[in-house]
Design a protein. Structure first.
Length: 104
């Protein structure tokens, strides 16, 4: 699979995550037909150009946590965007049972 095709698959899946929901890196990889590609998803999302409208902030790790260092500017930006959409954090975690997107 070409890099562009791979990236496009990831972007497409991420673009479908609705406001107020989250998906994990592994979930995105699986939905983009890249089992065990969670790190690839993280890498692709880390390379988005400034001002991208892709809802990258809705992608979190499998523990329900943000992957940026706690308290960093990027951590705060992601957390603020999710909270603005109604996602609740308890002890720096999102309840995946409540907020995980089911792909529908």
């Amino acid at each position: 699979m070409s890099e562009l095709n791979r990236n496009q698959k990831i972007w497409l899946v991420v673009s479908e995550i609705p406001a107020g929901k989250v998906a994990t890196y592994g979930q995105i990889a699986e939905m983009a037909d890249m089992p065990a590609g969670a790190r690839v998803v993280g890498n692709v999302l880390s390379q988005l150009p400034p001002g991208s409208h892709l809802p990258w902030h809705r992608v979190i790790n499998s523990r329900g946590e943000l992957s940026f260092p706690h308290g960093s500017t990027r951590y705060q930006a992601q957390k603020e965007r999710l909270e603005a959409e109604g996602v609740v954090f308890i002890s720096q975690r999102v309840n995946l049972k409540a907020y995980r997107w089911d792909g529908e």
